[in-house]
Each structure stands twice: as C-alpha cells, then as structure tokens.
Design a protein around this ligand. Structure first.
Ligand code: NAD
Length: 341
C-alpha cells in the first residue's frame, strides 16, 4: 500500500480521493496546511506527496522531501510553475494531471466573459435588494466581436469552439500552432491590436511572465476586455489596474491573481487584506474576480483524483509514468520511452 501525504486538503478533494483510493491501494493522510518549507517535514515516512497550485515546491522543499525519503511528488493539477522541477531532477519524480476537463476551465472563462459584458453579477446583487433599475447595465453583443486567444492547447481550443457558437471572429497566438485549431493565427502584437476581448490560456513560464504588461496594454483597443483563467503571473496586476483607471481596459475578469498564494481558497472575510492592488481591483465595478475555481466541476475533480492515483500506481509498479515531468522532458521521455531519471 502506498502512503500518501496530501497537502492543502479541501472537502471536495477528500470526497473524490476517498471514493477512489481503495481501487488503487493508497492510504491517504490529509493535511490542511499547504506544502512549504515549514510543513515539508510532515511528509517524512510517506511514499509520495500530493500537492496543488499554491503549494511551494521550491528547491528547499524539494531537498527536504528528498532527505526525508519521499520519492514522488504527485501534482493534482495541470500547471507546474510552482515546482522547481530542475531541483527535483534526479532526486524526486514529479507527475501531474495534464488534462482533467478542459471544458471546466473553458466554460468558466465564458461564464466570466458573459458576466463581465452583461453585468449579471451586478444584476444579481441589485434584484436581491429589489432594485430593478437598469442604469449602468448596458452591455454589448459578443456576436461578430474579435476574440484573441493566447494559447491554443486543450483549454484554448475548447474555448475557441465555444466562442464560435457565439459567431465571434477567432484570432490566436501560440508559439507552437496546433493543427486542430480552426481559426486565424497571428503574432501576439497583432492579437493585442485587433482583439475586442483577450482570453489567456497559456502556461506561466519565464517567457510568458507579465505577457500582459503596460506596453502590451497600450497597443490594445480602447475598452478591451481581459479574461485570465490561466495563471496570475501572466498579467502585470499594477499595469492592469492602471489600464482600468485610465479606461483603456473596459473590463477584466480574473480567476487567477499573481499574488493569490496566501489568499485564494481561504475565507479572508474577517481580515484586512494587505494587498492594495487586489483590493483596488476588486473594488472596481468592471472587474470580476473568482478565486481560482475554473477547474471546480464534479467531472474535473473525479478525473483529477483518478489520474493522480493512476500516476501513483504507475510509480509504485515501476512503469513508465505517462504524466511525469522534468526540465528536459521534451527530449528524454518521448524519445527514450523511459522514466525521466
Ligand atoms: P496545454 O499545455 O494543453 O496548452 C497550452 C498552450 O499554450 C500550448 O499550445 C502552448 O504551445 C501554448 N503556449 C506556451 N507558451 C505560450 C506563450 N508564451 N504564449 C502563447 N501560448 C503559449 O494546457 P491547457 O490544459 O490548455 O492549460 C492552459 C493553462 O490553463 C495551464 O497552463 C494552466 O496554467 C491553466 N489552468 C488553469 C486552471 C484554473 O482552474 N484556473 C485549471 C487548469 C489549467
């Protein structure tokens, strides 16, 4: 039986992992705390740790896990920008869940877009107070608008299909164009200039960090709508706030925020937030923030639990791990068909 230390546990994680764990012979110890330098010793004696998007898997934590004999980090998410996988190489194997429901995230992106441009979140609050006024709720049609999709991977392509249903014009930028993408590719600069709405669906890497910054915002159409369901660091929050203030940006809908790590997934309603930028963004009438919930559907949670447990089983049985990642993965795993190390 594999003993798994599960960090940053939420009730919905436990529900799905408890339902499936007996099929995989895994014994799970749930920790509510995030995995970081202080909590890494809790993993001593376990066969694997399971971590999520806001756990801190930097070099110190990786070394602590390795020294405590933990051979496997099972990320229960797709993105792995919070894992120093270069430090992990040769010490601790890292696996992830590359796809669990691109529909969950793409549909949430569309929900954010529709709410932003039709103000349904404001209407909901108003009518609960029996305020039936329509002043300030004028929106615009999505029909015939140009949507710029940054990243045409699994989620970006599903989002593109949804947008096609609205008969929008589809533009996309991706340094690695996908043969199944049915739309027009252009440069990032062109996408910024031509799009009425920009939706981000690419990973956070050193190259994409602050992709949407002051300079990019300046080239965009006045009133551009920015949707980010990918990773907070793709957007320079200060520049976005400035863009909202000077009315360059017509609306922004953010499921992710660059400094979300200590805030999102927790009830902070009784604390004074120290992040002025986030407070100001949330206070703007044309900014809609959700707390990294785009993945949160029954289907996605079931698939996350299933794939994570399958990843652990492959490790235990000494098989090639379909979802292993390392810093040189593009060459080693695919060509040699073996474990990363
Ligand atoms: P994917 O790997 O299938 O696709 C990513 C695409 O982005 C690829 O086509 C890649 O070529 C492209 N890309 C890489 N660098 C780029 C750049 N600098 N500019 C433009 N495109 C670039 O990934 P996916 O499953 O579609 O997920 C996309 C992202 O969504 C993930 O990296 C993750 O950060 C985010 N995500 C968020 C949630 C959420 O709950 N909010 C859930 C899952 C994934």
């Amino acid at each position: 039986m594999t003993r798994l230390a599960f960090f940053d546990t939420k009730s919905y994680d436990k529900f799905w992992f408890d339902r499936l764990k007996q099929d995989y012979d895994v014994d799970i110890h749930y920790f509510e705390s995030k995995l970081n330098e202080n909590t890494a010793p809790l993993a001593k004696g376990f066969d694997a740790v399971c971590a999520f998007v806001n756990d801190h898997l930097d070099e110190t934590v990786i070394n602590a896990l390795s020294e405590n004999g933990v051979p496997l980090i099972a990320m229960r998410c797709a993105g792995y920008n919070n894992v120093d996988f270069k430090a992990a190489f040769g010490k601790v194997h890292v696996v992830r869940v590359p796809a669990y429901s691109p529909y969950a995230v793409a549909e949430h992106a569309m929900a954010l877009l529709l709410s932003s441009v039709r103000h349904t979140h404001h209407s909901y609050v108003r009518t609960r107070e029996f305020n039936f006024s329509l002043n300030g709720l004028v929106g615009f049609d999505l029909f015939n608008k140009t949507i710029g999709i940054v990243g045409t991977g699994k989620i970006g392509r599903v989002f593109s299909d949804i947008c096609k249903g609205f008969k929008m014009n589809i533009l996309a930028y991706d340094p690695f164009p996908h043969p199944d993408f049915d739309g027009e590719y252009c440069s990032f600069e062109d996408l910024c200039k031509r799009s009425d709405i920009i939706s981000l669906h690419c990973p956070l890497t050193p190259e994409s960090n602050h992709l949407i910054d002051k300079a990019a915002l300046e080239t965009m159409k006045d009133g551009v709508v920015i949707i980010n369901t990918s990773r907070g660091g793709l957007v320079d929050s200060e520049a976005l706030l400035e863009g909202i203030r000077n009315k360059k940006v017509g609306a922004a809908a953010l499921d992710v925020y660059e400094e979300e790590g200590e805030l999102f997934y927790e009830d902070r309603s009784n604390t004074i937030l120290e992040d002025d930028t986030l407070m100001l963004l949330i206070s703007m009438p044309n900014v809609l923030v959700t707390s990294h919930q785009a993945f949160l559907t029954d289907e996605a949670l079931h698939n996350i639990a299933n794939t994570t447990l399958e990843n652990i089983k492959q490790f235990r049985e000494g098989l090639v791990m379909d979802n292993e990642i390392c810093y040189r993965c593009d060459t080693c795993k695919r060509v040699l068909g073996q474990r990363c190390f």
